[in-house]
Design a protein. Structure first.
Length: 89
């Protein structure tokens, strides 16, 4: 079960830190994904977009990109931090 903290917008670093258990590790992950600059504090353009999303919006974005489907066809599950396609679509 993932952390139920930091679900809102502008909490990308805090959310990932709570999930991986270490802030430095979270920063390293975000740098590898090109979401944070080398200073570990400044978001890249893509990082700003991700940070401006809630946990639900990020999960829906990941799922819709993976399946090549419209984001409006997905629903967020807070229990496991994933998005699933709505049935009958």
């Amino acid at each position: 079960m993932t952390s139920q903290k930091f679900l809102g917008k502008n909490q990308l670093i805090n959310r990932l830190s709570s999930q991986v258990g270490d802030r430095k590790k979270a920063i390293s992950i975000l740098q590898k994904r090109n979401h944070l600059e080398i200073d570990g504090k400044t978001f890249t353009e893509e990082g700003m977009k991700r940070n401006n999303m809630s946990a639900a919006e990020r999960a829906i974005d990941r799922a819709s990109k993976k399946l090549g489907e419209d984001p409006s066809l997905f629903i967020y599950s807070q229990l496991n931090n994933t998005a699933n396609k709505i049935k009958n679509f």
